[in-house]
Design a protein around this ligand. Structure first.
Ligand code: ZN
Length: 134
């Protein structure tokens, strides 16, 4: 803004930094009537959008890969549910599907490894083969 002697000063100035007067020219209307954007707008941009974590959770739950991605699917499902609750995002159903698939995937992987261990043990008993080290 300008002081009554025409010097330019920051808007927060109480006295002119050049001549020291405490009187200022009326600021142009456009600079004073500009409302600050309310912070709710920032939050509203994410509301209603599908949570990326929910999509990632569902995809990883389907991919499986010996239960490795299933663990990530469970983690992403938890993160997605937080986004849905806190930011108003959609995708809660996908997050639940990803969570269920993730749990099934982890349990399936554990069962597979148990089955494989039993099968190997069985083969060793039937054939007497105990591996190259034994
Ligand atoms: Zn001045």
């Amino acid at each position: 803004m300008l002081c009554t002697n025409g010097h330019s000063n920051p808007d927060t100035s109480e006295v002119c930094s050049r001549c020291g007067v405490d009187t200022f020219q009326a600021a142009p209307a456009i600079s004073t009537s500009m409302p600050a954007a309310p912070p709710i707008y920032v939050q509203a941009t994410n509301a209603g959008k599908v949570s990326g974590f929910a999509i990632a959770s569902l995809v990883l739950g389907i991919v499986w890969i010996y239960g490795i991605t299933s663990v990530l699917a469970i983690i992403f499902a938890v993160l997605a549910r937080k986004q849905v609750a806190n930011e108003g995002r959609t995708g809660g159903g996908m997050a639940i599907a990803g969570l269920v698939l993730g749990i099934i995937g982890v349990v399936g992987a554990i069962l597979l490894f148990i089955f494989a261990a039993v099968a190997v043990n069985h083969i060793q008993h039937m054939t007497g083969f105990t591996g190259f080290s034994g």
